[in-house]
Design a protein around this ligand. Structure first.
Ligand SMILES: CC(C)[C@H](C(=O)O)[C@@H](O)C(=O)O
Ligand code: SF4
Length: 466
């Protein structure tokens, strides 16, 4: 029978499938960070169990760490406890940890792919919703809860129900300056923040195929923001080229075999999806969110929507509520919205390509008076490469702060957070109320759009001179 990519990966991982029970699937890679692992390790310890396959588990610290100093003294008491607990747990259970001083330390979803831990066709889990990122490699990757983290640690398997399948086709080619972030925001704008609920989404079409691995990761990263269980993109020559020579990529004969296996990881011609959505890449302009969920998005040449134009009472009410929180009035041109903070980073947009795009805007210019702008590379390796290319200098000369790797201002869990009333151009993935700090307002954008807004002091259409 013809199968989709998801169905192929799913079928290859079934361990037991009994009538009336959720199937048990095998987990190839388990990623761990300091926030969602402590209770899982404690549970394991309390049960007197060891980890089933510690060599398939990789840990890093990212959410709580400081991006200003790599010293543990820079952490709040709570953050320090979580970081030290992860250190102790990894030591006790024999898990490889990219500790705060390790050159590979970074955001878990940046670190995994760049080390070749993320393998096409594998099942990858992590106690973190943005695990969807790894689907860019044709892996089935999704976030799990803390009790499931413990289950995976103990058994290297997971009970899972099979999801429905959705195909999202982005046809044709995007115009110059339109990035993966604009594409994924446009998709969420079209189907809404719950449009993917219950589905594993496969992204395809020329506009997706022509993305780099970095761009594909940006797209899959936000699959969760449309409610999907996971996002996937079929591996191809771009994927193979990216995988080659990475630390944990297969080597020698195993490499040849792997490349042959990955070639099978495509949706069969006559496979049937439960739902299909089609977008034209050529219609996509630079996107930015105006509201308090990622589906409340418009093109940069658009205006803040008017709730009065909305027929559906529930939607109308949510627009009114969002406008009140973000303090914007209907009809305001998006290019007239001023910002006082800019954040370039997060597992959505902190890879080398993202930093290059932001630096291209920043080069030879200055951050506007009254704006604080920070650039946070996703990992130690990204930071090293950016510095080798001189991007740090470009940012610093333009008045951006250049930081250490971590989740940083993406969520208010460390000391990079917004104040109440701040308005931020952010390259992250969530703009919920209070996400970047109580009372703060987030506008999700691409790295180029964030850097340009920092320079102009308000949002600008990067397709035109500003
Ligand atoms: C802290 C963690 C559990 C959370 C997640 O699961 O996504 C975080 O990474 C986020 O982005 O909100
Ligand atoms: S960068 Fe943001 S979205 Fe990504 S894992 Fe960290 S907190 Fe979650």
């Amino acid at each position: 029978m013809a199968k989709t990519l998801y169905e192929k990966v799913w079928d290859a991982h079934i361990v037991i499938e009994n009538e009336g029970e959720a199937p048990l699937i095998y987990v190839d890679r388990h990623l761990v960070h300091e926030v969602t692992s402590p209770q899982a390790f404690s549970g394991l310890r309390a049960a007197g169990r060891k980890m089933r396959a510690p060599e398939k588990t990789f840990a890093t610290m990212d959410h709580n760490t400081s991006t200003k100093s790599a010293s543990l003294d820079a952490l709040s008491p709570m953050a320090r406890i979580q970081v030290e607990t992860l250190q102790d747990n990894c030591k006790e259970f024999g898990v490889r940890l990219y500790d705060i001083h390790h050159k590979n330390q970074g955001i878990v979803h940046v670190m995994g792919p760049e080390l070749g831990i993320t393998i096409p066709g594998s099942v990858i889990v992590c106690g973190d919703s943005h695990t969807a990122t790894h689907g860019a490699f044709g892996a089935l990757a999704f976030g799990i809860g803390t009790s499931e983290v413990e289950h995976v640690m103990a058994t290297q398997t997971l009970r899972q129900l099979k999801a429905k399948t959705m195909k999202i086709v982005v046809r044709g080619h995007a115009a110059a300056g339109i990035t993966a972030k604009d594409i994924v925001l446009a998709i969420i704008g079209k189907i809404g923040m719950d449009g993917g609920t219950g589905y594993v989404v496969e992204f395809c079409g020329e506009a997706i195929e022509s993305l780099t691995m970095e761009g594909r990761m940006t797209v899959c990263n936000m699959a969760i923001e449309m409610g999907a269980k996971a996002g996937m993109i079929a591996p191809d020559a771009t994927t193979v080229e990216y995988m080659q020579g990475r630390e944990f990529s297969p080597k020698g004969e195993a490499w040849d075999q792997a490349v042959a296996d990955w070639a099978e990881l495509t949706t069969d011609e006559d496979a049937v999806f439960d739902a299909t959505v089609v977008l034209e890449a050529g219609d996509i302009a630079p996107q930015l969110t105006w509201g308090t969920n990622p589906g409340q998005v418009v093109a940069i040449d658009g205006v803040v929507p008017n709730p009065a134009d909305e027929q559906n009472a529930t939607v109308r009410h949510s627009i009114e509520k969002a406008l009140k929180y973000v303090d914007l009035s209907a009809g305001t041109r998006m290019t007239d919205v001023s910002i006082n903070k800019a954040f370039i980073g997060s597992c959505t947009n902190s890879r080398i390509e993202d930093l290059r795009a932001a630096a291209a805007q920043a080069k030879g210019r200055k951050v506007a008076a009254g704006v604080i702008a920070i650039v946070v590379p996703g990992s130690g390796l990204v930071k090293e490469q950016a510095e080798a290319e001189g991007l740090d200098k470009i940012f610093i000369d333009a008045g951006f702060e250049w930081r250490l790797p971590g989740c940083s201002m993406c969520l208010a869990m460390n000391d990079d957070r917004l104040e109440a009333g701040d308005r931020c151009a952010s390259t992250s993935n969530r703009n919920f109320e209070g996400r970047q700090g109580r009372g703060s307002r987030t506008h999700l954008v691409s790295p180029a759009m964030a850097a340009a807004a920092a320079i102009a002091g308000h949002f600008v259409d990067i397709r035109k001179p500003y």
